[in-house]
Design a protein around this ligand. Structure first.
Ligand code: BES
Ligand code: MN
Ligand code: ZN
Length: 511
């Protein structure tokens, strides 16, 4: 992946060479936006002409000469972006998302004018500390700058834009806090972009092997512990779920595990991500229209793996274990059949009524194995699990089901702060009843109703009493709410939510 350099500088902005120098200004009541003296004249002029008043999405671009500015600015172009009225009463996470969106819009302008180097004169936001301000702008710019060009080899032209090379944040105060915030934002955005890269890979470019290879490389770079359970290990361990799903496939399954242990003794969070590298539905085959999108069925696994990259980089204070059960779901001659009965790692037997409800089967083994092996203080799984959650919540919220109110609250907050909203759905006995089987302990589908919840009811059989939460990202992993910093295609959702959960874990753990 391309890495954009982001640095924080105290140098005077007028002395910095760049393709673009950016200022952000807030909208004022009946007067021109307050701004730096360098841009005062053009901004006032534009305001008087009623071209620009600092509203959100309003932009003013000009080309500095010593005539229209106080002194010559060395940058090629100057962009003044409106921030609207960021009022004190606005919710903090709302303010954060406004800044990310402004950052995303900056990246869009850069793409249009092919700017590779930019300097952002970091604004002071009254309601937000400088650290968070820098973090949000860094995230917005880098997430908005994302492109996936790996396979565009023959149609690519020489002067096609390939994104930002260098971003500078210019500031005069609070440099250290701004550096800290920028670093956090960069780590989070890079991790989310890695998750997008994995998701953008097609089914023949990203298999269980690529998951394993990526994890192994991360382990080497960041000193994490890497384990990969191969098919023979799964057989020995009795992981009947992932084995069943893999039966129709030509590529062996893998259970990829990464462990991060902090220096000081601490809680352990277990993250489990569905790594279904292509979901054809198996024998209960999916309709052909839109089936290509099922290469995204590994977005949960991608989110978990990418999170570990940031965890390794910033040496989190809490322990994190990541497990990715990885396979595709195909319909080869040995494929699992509707009606087959399997036995999961923890001994629970399951009647496979529909081979397309495969995600829960691979997650079940991963959850039970992870909990038994690592004895985590809590476990969160993330999966593109059901079409039903998309019917219920659309593309704007991920669904959450959980056996623990505190963990749920923390995840909802973590998601809100990341601009990745989460809505909790009920998970009670009545739903668990819907998946009772006549011939096995449980069956893998209920009736039509409450499909997202009955899927989580299935998973609840594999977590015992461990505080557990399940995130269904089928509606948000791609085609997520349109925002300037979220591209069409995979969103990288989950990564920044998890990072929030991990970064602030100690401030209010479950107990
Ligand atoms: N990967 C799909 C869920 C999905 C559907 C994700 C659409 C994103 C968009 C999952 O494996 C699946 O096929 N679920 C079935 C379950 C059903 C058979 C009970 C579904 O939702 O249709
Ligand atoms: Mn499926
Ligand atoms: Zn699936």
């Amino acid at each position: 992946m391309k890495t954009t350099q982001l640095t924080v500088t105290e140098r005077l902005v007028e002395t910095i060479d760049a393709d673009l120098l950016i200022y952000c200004v807030a909208e004022e009541k009946d007067k021109a936006p307050l701004c730096d003296h360098f841009i005062e004249r053009p901004v006032k002029k534009a305001f008087d002409l009623e071209d620009f008043s600092g509203k959100t999405e309003e932009q003013l671009m000009f080309y500095p000469t010593s005539v229209n500015t106080e002194k010559a600015i060395r940058a090629q172009r100057v962009l003044v972006m409106g921030m609207g009225k960021i009022k004190k009463e606005k919710d903090l996470s709302e303010v954060c998302d406004i800044l990310r969106k402004i950052g995303g819009n900056m990246a869009k302008v850069c793409e249009k004018i092919k700017a590779k180097t930019i300097t952002l004169c970091l604004p002071v936001i009254q309601s937000l500390d400088p650290e968070k301000t820098a973090e949000c702008f860094a995230e917005g710019i880098l997430l908005g700058d994302y492109q996936f060009l790996k396979y565009k080899k023959t149609t690519k032209k020489k002067n096609d834009y390939t994104g930002l090379k260098r971003v500078r944040f210019a500031c005069t105060t609070a440099v250290n806090s701004i550096r800290k915030g920028a670093k956090k934002g960069v780590a989070a955005a890079r991790a989310a972009c890695e998750a997008r890269d994995m998701a953008n890979e097609p089914g023949n470019g990203w298999t269980s092997k690529e998951f394993a290879d990526y994890a192994k490389a991360l382990a080497q770079t960041h000193g994490l512990t890497y384990t990969c359970l191969e098919k023979k290990d799964m057989k020995k361990l009795g992981m009947g779920g992932i084995l069943a799903v893999n039966q129709g496939s030509a590529v062996p399954p893998r259970m990829v595990i990464l462990e991060y242990k902090p220096e000081k003794k601490s809680d352990t969070i277990l993250l489990v991500g569905k790594g279904l590298t292509f979901d054809s539905g198996g024998i209960s085959i999916k309709p052909s229209s839109g089936m290509e999108e099922m290469k995204y069925d590994m977005c949960g696994g991608a989110a978990v793996l990418a999170t570990m990259q940031a965890v390794g980089e910033e040496k989190s204070s809490v322990g994190v274990v990541a497990i990715i059960p990885a396979t595709d779901n195909m319909s080869g001659s040995a494929a699992v059949r509707p009606g087959d009965i399997i036995r999961h790692f923890n001994g629970v037997t399951s009647e496979i009524v529909n081979t397309d409800a495969e995600g829960r089967l691979i997650l079940a083994d991963a959850l039970a194995y992870g909990i038994k092996t690592f004895k985590p203080d809590c476990v969160v799984d993330i999966a593109t699990l059901t079409g039903a959650v998309v019917v219920g919540l659309g593309h704007h919220y991920s669904g959450l089901m959980s056996n623990n109110d505190k963990l749920s609250d923390r995840l909802v907050c973590a998601g809100e702060d990341a601009g990745e909203p989460i809505w909790r759905l009920p998970l009670t006995k009545a739903y668990k009843k819907q998946i009772e089987s006549k011939v096995a302990d449980i069956k893998n589908v209920g009736d039509r109703w409450g499909g997202a919840i009955t899927a989580s009811a299935y998973l609840s059989n594999f977590v015992d009493k461990t505080p557990w939460a399940h995130l269904d990202i089928a509606g948000t992993a791609w085609d997520f709410t349109e925002k300037s910093y979220i591209p069409k295609g995979p969103s990288g959702i989950g990564v920044r939510t998890f990072l929030n959960l991990i970064r602030y874990w100690k401030k209010g753990a479950l107990k």
